[in-house]
Design a protein. Structure first.
Length: 215
C-alpha cells in the first residue's frame, strides 16, 4: 500500500463514494495497478482456445477472487482486475467489460451474454465538475444464479438480486429484486420468476405489426 498522502486520499475517496480523480500526478501505485491489470487482460486475450490452464492462471493472478469452474471467453476488459471477485461456475461470453475502479462481486452460476458491461464508475452531470476527469465509484453486486443478456449495462452501486434475468440491451440503474425479469432503458421489472417457469418450452417470436403512418 502506498505511503503517499495524495494517493491515500484518493483511495479513501474511492471507497467513500466521493468525487476523485485517479489520473492526477503522483498516483504511481494506482497507475501501476491499472497497467498491471490491463497487461494481464491483454495476455488472457492472446491465449489459445485450448489453453484452459494458462487462462485460469492468468485469471487467478488478475482477479481478487476466482471460484472453481469459471469460463470467460476472450476478449475480457478490466479497469484494474484486482477488485473483481468471481464465484463458482461463472460463465461470460465474448466481450465482458468490468470497470472495477472499486469492487465487483459476482456470485455463483452467474451467466453473462456477449458484450455485457459492469461499471462501478460514473461522472458528475455538470461539465465544470468533470473537466479534470473527476469521477465517483460504487461497488456492484451480482448475486447467485443471475443471467445478464447481451449488451446489457450494469451501473454503479447496483445489486442484481439472486436468480434474476436482465434482458438484452438493458441499462440497469437501480437494484434488481431477486427472482425477477427486468428489461429496458432504464430497466424495469417485467414480472416475477415463479415455479411456472420450471415448465419451459420454446416460444417463437411474434410478428411485428405495422408502425405508425407517416407524419
Amino acid at each position: 500500500m502506498t505511503t503517499d498522502p495524495r494517493e491515500r486520499e484518493v483511495r479513501r475517496r474511492m471507497a467513500a463514494r466521493e468525487l476523485y480523480s485517479d489520473g492526477a500526478p503522483g498516483l504511481a501505485a494506482l497507475a501501476e495497478e491499472r497497467l498491471r491489470g490491463k497487461e494481464l487482460a491483454d495476455a488472457y486475450n492472446r491465449t489459445g482456445a485450448r489453453d484452459e490452464e494458462g487462462r485460469r492462471a492468468l485469471l487467478k493472478e488478475m482477479l481478487a477472487a476466482l471460484g472453481t469452474g469459471v469460463w470467460i471467453e476472450p476478449p475480457l476488459h478490466v479497469a484494474y482486475g484486482n477488485r473483481v471477485h468471481l464465484g463458482d461456475d461463472v460463465y461470460a461470453n465474448f466481450g465482458l467489460t468490468l470497470v472495477d475502479d472499486v469492487e465487483v462481486f459476482v456470485g455463483d452460476r452467474v451467466m453473462f451474454a456477449p458484450h455485457v458491461t459492469v461499471s462501478t464508475t460514473g461522472h458528475p452531470v455538470h461539465p465544470d465538475l468533470r473537466r479534470d476527469g473527476t469521477q465517483f465509484s460504487a461497488p456492484v453486486r451480482i448475486e447467485d444464479d443471475v443471467w445478464i443478456g447481451a449488451g446489457a449495462l450494469i451501473m454503479p452501486g447496483v445489486t442484481v438480486g439472486r436468480g434474476s434475468v436482465v434482458g438484452a440491451g438493458s441499462v440497469v440503474t437501480a437494484h434488481v429484486p431477486p427472482m425477477t425479469v427486468v428489461a429496458g432503458t432504464p430497466a424495469r421489472v417485467l414480472r416475477e420468476i415463479t415455479d411456472a417457469d420450471r415448465e419451459w418450452s420454446y416460444r417463437p417470436p411474434r410478428t411485428l405489426g405495422p408502425g405508425p403512418g407517416p407524419g
